[in-house]
Design a protein around this ligand. Structure first.
Ligand code: NAD
Ligand code: DAU
Length: 339
């Protein structure tokens, strides 16, 4: 079995590579990644020298490069994690989100069609469903919830999902899609809420909470997401969408307070800043379909997962300090100065 993992030098893709190495040591894994600002080869150091792992630097939107990789590698399965993934960046510059997330997905689908594959899996997001109101805790996203996007990021992910469904139906291709809630854990780029707050708290810098901090996200430990994708590849039904989430809804402000408490830092570091444009209020996944069909359940409780995550950032300062000290500083200035 040979799996082509796109975007494997990023947060979830790298965790997926580590998960698959451990669970299926005989599989061959080929990682295709453009190494954008979010991709980090250092993350893959533990597997780089392994005989059944190969890294190829390429852009999923580069048709020629992708076709020649498919011709040479002949993967059995493709799992597409490659994406521009940060909502704030999509508000600043939507174009690259369409190039990678939409056109890149189309190139991968065309390559799968041309060279043939056993399965193409699209890693999507709960953001394609838009948001839910705070005063309706009875409402959840199911696989039947209509797509209703808010940001250029979520619009590009929804467009990619629709392309996948269209290719599945029109060309009868073996495609599955998963839509997961917010992930957290090791190797997450420090532009995202949890690692950003950990990094700032450790540096005694202000913690920039958007609006009033009342927005709700449904947090899942990254390893649980990887296990769900593994299961979908093994036993998922072609043509099916699977929602992935663990019923772990939390307000942003409570997450930030929890991080400060774990690190023993004062709440006076919390700074309320101008809200994100078009900010989704609440995400909440109904994961009953994947539980019923495939028996998937999350294994890591938030209390344990957040402790492990904070500890990982404490133990791996070199990994994220290099990022925070590098070109990311320019992004941080643009995003947060005078906010
Ligand atoms: P990330 O930003 O950490 O990593 C993205 C990776 O894709 C990076 O290694 C980057 O170099 C690579 N990449 C970007 N553009 C590329 C291109 N044109 N060609 C090849 N590689 C390219 O993202 P992440 O948080 O790991 O998210 C991975 C996937 O999971 C995305 O598709 C995202 O939409 C989805 N997702 C993320 C979350 C979350 O909470 N982070 C939740 C649900 C779904
Ligand atoms: O739901 C899945 C999605 O989760 C994924 O598809 C995206 O790729 C991923 O980035 C994430 O999107 P969010 O926008 O929910 O994540 P982010 O970490 O950017 O923000 C989480 C919440 O925290 C959100 O309500 C905005 C808020 N926030 C974020 C940052 C970076 C702040 O209050 N301050 C901040 O500095």
């Amino acid at each position: 079995m040979k799996i082509l993992v796109t975007g494997g030098a990023g947060f979830i893709g790298s965790n997926f590579i580590f998960h698959m190495r451990e669970k299926h040591p005989a599989y061959e894994l080929v990682c295709l990644d453009k190494l954008t600002y979010a991709g980090n080869l250092e993350t893959l150091a533990p597997v780089m020298e392994e005989p059944n792992f190969r890294f190829i630097r390429a852009d999923i939107a580069d048709r020629e490069a992708v076709y020649s990789i498919f011709a040479a590698e002949q993967p059995d399965v493709v799992v597409n994690f490659a994406a521009e993934s940060h909502v704030d960046r999509s508000i600043e510059n939507p174009a690259v989100f369409l190039e990678t997330n939409v056109m890149g997905t189309q190139v991968l689908l065309d390559a799968c069609r041309k060279y043939g594959i056993g399965r193409y899996h699209q890693v999507s997001t709960d953001e394609v469903y838009g948001d839910l109101p705070l005063d309706r805790p009875d409402l959840f996203f199911t696989e039947q919830t209509p797509l209703h996007t808010s940001s250029p990021y979520s619009a590009s992910k929804a467009a990619a999902d629709l392309l996948c469904s269209a290719y599945q139906r029109t060309y009868n291709m073996p495609i599955t899609i998963s839509r997961c809630s917010n992930n957290y854990g090791p190797y997450q780029f420090p532009e995202k809420l949890i690692p950003l707050m950990i990094a700032n708290a450790l540096a005694d810098k202000p913690l920039p909470v958007y609006g009033e901090g009342l927005n709700v996200r449904d947090w899942l430990y990254v390893e649980d997401h990887c296990a769900a994708i593994d299961l979908i590849l093994e036993r998922g039904q072609v043509g099916q969408v699977y929602n992935i989430g663990g019923h772990n809804e939390m307000k942003n402000i409570d997450i930030v307070r929890r991080i400060l408490a774990i690190l023993g830092k004062p709440e006076s570091l919390i700074t309320y800043v101008t809200d994100r444009k078009g900010h989704d209020m609440r995400y909440a996944i109904d994961p009953s379909f994947i539980h019923r069909e495939l028996g998937w359940l999350p294994e890591t409780r938030f209390d344990e997962g957040i402790q492990k995550t904070v500890q990982w950032y404490l133990d791996n300062r070199a990994w994220w300090e290099r990022i925070v000290d590098g070109e990311y500083q320019g992004y941080y200035e643009r995003m947060y100065a005078n906010r």
